[in-house]
Design a protein around this ligand. Structure first.
Ligand code: FAD
Length: 419
């Protein structure tokens, strides 16, 4: 049986970063990267809609959630965003910044990120075994490990002095998400906290907005739990047949997912006209009705807001039938329409589920790991990285930055411990 200095389980973002970091250090011996899928970095190719939002200029102390979000701090301080970008630059990948600190490869292609990582793994002589699923990890008396690996019909055993578990979370099973990492850690006595979908589309009671399915609006969204404002986000809102999607919804969704799990009934309030105050809007709507009193209500909003939205709003304001004339609009109908345009309530009934989620909320209980090293407090020589932890980041590059930082820290510490 071949003995490796380090075995990394999982060829995703954090596993590739860990393998590259370890193999780049002269004092490290052979590095093995085991991936259950047919290729490494499959999920990475799908990130950022194929453009890979590789990091975020603001990723650091804030932007992370879980039972103990401060767990990310040492890793993020050691392998900062700047250091991450420098490493990618050295590997041949320049990066550009877009709105809200979001960082992307200059080519805007996720494939470019995977390409440079793959070339680096090759250059550094990392041994990569795909179609190789680690089924169990056993620590033996001398402190090293035995990994039981299934490759198709074959079963084999690998020996490694140190092990990094970089198996990711359950989100997006179609892109490699699975519960394999949790099972491996549970087998070693680790606690796994309950999991929920995070960064995911939300299902809602569409209250007569069904006709808007497929329409996009620049809107301001407020997620509320009763009277409490939980989070506010602006951006492009997309209505779907099941509910709502789009960047601001994805950003709010982890909070909504947690509220739903606690049996709460979160409401998303949509402001379709964030630049216009409600009183000013009421005045505008009165003037509109006066200017063209003979216009049918079906065209009352035409030229101001999308026609389908206008018609939905008027119906919900009680102004039907839309064959009525604009001049017949009563003050209370105008006020109701203005209120709905400024504060349209969408009752959130669920999320679009783990298979559509971009990140997993919950995972390996961070209190059983040392944040300074990523090493298990229960099993010496075993390290964990990335999404497998009970850590989820905001939408916008935070999750990949956590994968890079935790992967880098775990590898440095694992190699140092071999000395
Ligand atoms: C559609 C989509 C878009 C996203 N876009 C972004 C984005 O733009 N920016 C951002 O910051 N984040 C994004 N994310 C989230 C980000 O991709 C993940 O948080 C990140 O990849 C986690 O890295 P990881 O190394 O922990 O896990 P992963 O990248 O999921 O890698 C884990 C790997 O381990 C393998 N594995 C699991 N179990 C075993 C086993 N037993 N044996 C061997 N191999 C195993 C899996 O097959 C997988 O390849 C997106 C996620 C999705 C699904």
């Amino acid at each position: 049986m071949k003995q490796y200095a380090l075995a990394v389980i999982g060829g995703g973002a954090s596993g590739m970063m860990a393998a590259v970091t370890a193999a780049a250090r002269k004092e490290c011996g052979s590095v093995l990267l085991l991936e259950r899928g047919g290729r490494i970095g499959r999920k990475l190719l799908a990130t950022g809609n194929g453009r890979c939002n590789i990091s975020n200029r603001n990723a650091g102390r804030t932007g992370y959630h879980g039972a103990a979000p401060g767990f990310v701090r040492p890793a993020m301080e050691r392998f900062t965003v700047e250091k991450t970008l420098r490493l990618f630059e050295e590997m041949g990948l320049p990066v550009i910044e877009e709105e809200n600190g979001k960082l992307y490869p200059y080519s805007l292609q996720a494939a470019a990120v995977l390409d440079v990582l793959r070339l680096e793994l090759e250059r550094l002589g990392v041994e990569i075994h795909t179609d190789s699923e680690v089924e169990s990890i056993r620590r033996i008396k001398d402190g090293s490990f035995r990994l039981a690996v299934q490759s198709g019909a074959d079963r084999s055993e690998y020996a490694a002095k140190r092990v990094i578990v970089a198996c990711g979370g359950e989100a997006s099973a179609g892109l490699g998400g699975c519960n394999g990492g949790y099972r491996l850690l549970e087998g070693l006595g680790h606690r796994i906290t309950p999991r929920l979908p995070g960064i995911v589309q939300l299902k809602g009671d569409m209250n007569g907005l069904k006709g808007l399915s497929g329409s996009k609006f620049e809107a301001s969204l407020t997620l509320k739990d009763g009277q409490k404002v939980c989070r506010r986000e602006d951006g492009e809102l997309l209505f779907t047949d099941y509910g709502v999607s789009g960047p601001p919804v994805m950003q709010l969704s982890a909070t909504a997912s947690r509220l739903l799990d606690r049996g709460r009934k979160p409401v998303l309030e949509v402001d379709f006209l964030p630049q216009i105050a409600e009183n000013a809007l009421i005045g505008m709507l009165h003037r509109r009705a006066k200017a063209r009193p003979d216009k049918r209500l079906e065209d009352y909003f035409t030229g101001f807001i999308p026609k389908r939205l206008g018609q939905c709003i008027l119906k919900l304001s009680g102004a039907a039938p839309l064959s009525r004339l604009s001049g017949s609009l009563e003050s209370h109908e105008i006020e109701a329409a203005a209120r709905l345009l400024k504060c349209f309530p969408v009752q959130i009934t669920g999320t679009n589920g783990m298979k559509n989620a971009q990140v997993t909320i919950g995972g390996a209980d961070t209190s059983q790991f040392d944040p300074e090293t990523m090493e298990s407090k229960l099993v010496k020589g075993l390290y964990v990285t990335g999404e497998l932890y009970d850590i989820d980041g905001d939408c916008g590059g935070y999750n990949l930055q956590w994968a890079w930082s935790s992967g880098q820290l775990a590898a440095v510490q694992a190699v140092d411990s071999l000395a």
